[in-house]
Design a binder for this molecule. Structure first.
Ligand SMILES: Nc1ncnc2c1ncn2[C@@H]1O[C@H](COP(=O)(O)OP(=O)(O)O)[C@@H](O)[C@H]1O
Ligand SMILES: [Mg+2]
Length: 593
């Protein structure tokens, strides 16, 4: 084979190759552009995107601007105003410093910067079309900078092909946007997609801004962290154990205001909740660490999302102890019974049908060996932590052996005599947990068994939802669901898991797609499976307000051991409150304590 001579690559090609590392998708562009605004002393940032950022990303700020003479340098590779010397590299305090983002963006898109400093009476603009940079021209514009990026990857078709649909790409953009907004509460942030304002976060207090990352109902169930010593500070919010979810999507870690992924921090957080949440669940936490820039290396990865601590053991220990102390010092007992909304009993045909189906469910056998037996080998489990909540504590007890039959109160709670006192069981929570474990166990044996529908069920779906439907086919196959688009505005379901006969297949799919769309779930992740199982279990379980017959109560309680055994952790979201005779005696002041 004839050999080609070694030659230096042309600069435009070098940039295009380098761009591959920094710019993976539209969200990467949004991240770089917002970071540039944040480095330039900004008070307001507006991000406008079209088509999930694939056709247009525009970031507008009111920051310091770029003088016209420097505009060509802004697009030049390895040109930056943020780093001058070797030794500065070891104490980086800005978000950017590599001087390659704008060059990379310009290499793979049609980009334009319009900028005006307070010293100039007019703005100037400069274009970069796939690496071809024009001279700056005078133009109309306000103080600050507008960076516009059109047709991302127009000249790198391989990359362009990897882009997902507009809904998914926009999901990544809004994730990125929220992450950046969390650590800059004094800056106002607006995100607009297709002309619609999706997020509008005015400048506010840190705590208010943090809460913007979480569902509204988390606000009453979180604990603030506020450790500040001379060198290190750890501030943020952690969720009470009941906010733990099957995915870590409510976790955010920041170091010196930069959003990072870090396995030490993640591990410390998990350890701090050990024994307080079920294994496999992830606590909600927003942790913002600050430390002297020289104690950390941010120059590990082009996107700077991974960092290296000089003393990772110390950081691990600090996070673990601060969070653990906070948790153990707080009242973690579940919301008082009286505060719970109790649905009024309903007795319509749907409920009657439900009861019939419920009976069938209890009769359907589990695959053999689905749940670990008490004496079978199992992976090492953490020792239960010291009890953190005051009684009545949510500790599952053995199946009641009392001679008095369990009773149902308010069509919502089951009260059971236990050996050492009594148990109050939330019927929905218990059934939901049983269903969840049951589904998980069934899935570990292969896809859920599915049943073909005689006549396909159809439902209306938007273009975005159809796109999602296409993307989640592998997930659907595991769940035993067969569904396909039916024309441009609808979809059809051909098969559905027989195990879930209680659910309306169309309702279920519609909700799944809506959630995928709204919560920007990355539907390719394995964790989404757990989210979906949660959703199935919650929907399929008996509700608060469902009257149960004595036989149904007995059947439900008989399955209770499944969740006790499948989880070694006594303090997950409680299905059961336990009151010992000792507790009762204490309450009635029959003991000296
Ligand atoms: N929105 C902005 N406002 C003011 N200056 C900016 C803005 N965006 C970019 N710049 C200037 O352009 C330079 C190059 O940006 P970039 O390629 O992202 O590299 P870096 O941020 O690593 O320096 C920055 O150093 C900064 O001086
Ligand atoms: Mg930058």
């Amino acid at each position: 084979m004839s050999r080609s001579p070694i030659q230096p690559l042309p600069p435009a090609l070098i940039n295009r190759i380098a761009a591959g590392e920094v710019i993976e998708r539209p969200a990467s562009v949004v991240k770089e552009l917002i970071e540039n605004s944040l480095d330039a002393d900004v008070t307001r940032i507006v991000v406008e995107v079209e088509d999930g950022g694939c056709s247009l990303i525009r970031v507008i700020d009111d920051a310091a601007g770029i003088p016209p003479s420097e505009l060509p340098l802004a697009f030049a590779p390895h040109a930056t105003s943020k780093l001058r010397s070797d030794e500065e590299l070891f104490r980086i305090a800005t978000m950017g410093f590599r001087g390659e983002a704008l060059a990379s963006v310009g290499a793979v898109s049609q980009a334009r910067i319009l900028s005006r400093t307070s010293d100039d009476s007019v703005a100037y603009e400069i274009h970069n079309r796939g690496g071809q940079i024009d001279q700056p021209q005078a133009a109309a514009g306000n103080r600050g900078t507008v960076v516009e990026v059109r047709n991302l990857f127009f000249n790198t078709p391989a990359r362009r092909k990897f882009l997902k649909g507009s809904a998914t790409e926009f999901g990544h953009i809004s994730d990125t946007f929220v992450r950046l907004a969390l650590s800059f509460p004094d800056v106002s942030f607006t995100l607009i997609h297709g002309g619609r304002t999706i997020l509008d976060l005015p400048a506010t207090s840190p705590q208010r801004r943090w809460l913007a990352a979480w569902p509204a109902e988390f606000a009453d169930l979180c604990l603030p962290l506020d450790l500040r010593d001379a060198e290190i500070s750890l501030i943020g919010l952690i969720g009470k154990p009941e906010l733990a979810r099957p995915t870590p999507k409510h976790q955010y870690f920041f170091l010196n205001r930069r959003c990072i992924r870090d396995r030490f921090i993640q591990h410390a957080l998990r350890e701090a909740y050990r024994g307080l949440i079920e294994p496999g669940r992830h606590p909600a936490a927003i942790l913002l660490l600050s430390m002297p820039p020289q104690d950390v290396d941010v120059n590990v990865h082009p996107t700077k999302s991974e960092i290296r601590f000089r003393d990772s053991g110390r950081i691990h220990g600090l996070i673990l102890s601060v969070i653990r102390e906070k948790l153990l010092g707080s009242d973690l007992s579940p919301v008082a019974l009286a505060a719970r909304q109790i649905a009024p009993p309903v007795d319509d045909p749907v409920r009657q049908d439900m009861r019939k189906k419920l009976a069938e469910f209890f009769q359907s056998a589990l695959p053999q060996g689905s749940f670990p037996q008490p004496d079978s080998p199992r992976p090492p489990q953490p020792a239960p932590a010291p009890a953190a909540s005051p009684s009545p504590s949510p500790v599952p007890a053995p199946i009641p052996t009392g001679s008095v039959p369990a009773i149902q109160l308010h069509n919502c709670y089951l009260v059971v005599e236990s050996e050492d006192g009594l148990l109050i069981i939330d019927q929905h929570a218990l059934h939901e947990r049983i269903m969840y474990e049951d589904l998980l166990a069934r899935l570990s044996h292969g896809p859920l068994e599915s049943q073909r529908l005689l006549i396909p069920l159809t439902f209306a779906a938007s273009a975005r939802q159809l796109e999602l439907l296409d993307q989640i086919q592998p997930l659907l196959r595991r769940l035993g669901i067969e569904a396909s688009p039916l024309g441009p505005t609808g979809a059809a379901i051909h098969a559905f898991p027989s195990f879930l006969h209680r659910l309306d297949p169309a309702d279920f799919l519609r909700e799944l797609l809506e959630r995928g769309e709204q919560e920007s779930l990355d539907l390719h992740h394995e964790e989404v499976l757990h989210e979906v199982l949660d959703m199935m279990a919650c929907k399929a379980a008996v509700k608060a307000g469902d009257p149960l017959s004595p036989a149904e109560i007995e059947a439900l309680l008989a399955r209770r051991h499944l969740i006790d055994r499948s989880s070694n952790c006594p303090h997950g979201r409680p299905t059961t409150l336990r009151m010992t005779l000792h507790d009762l005696e204490k309450q009635f002041k029959r003991t000296g304590f």
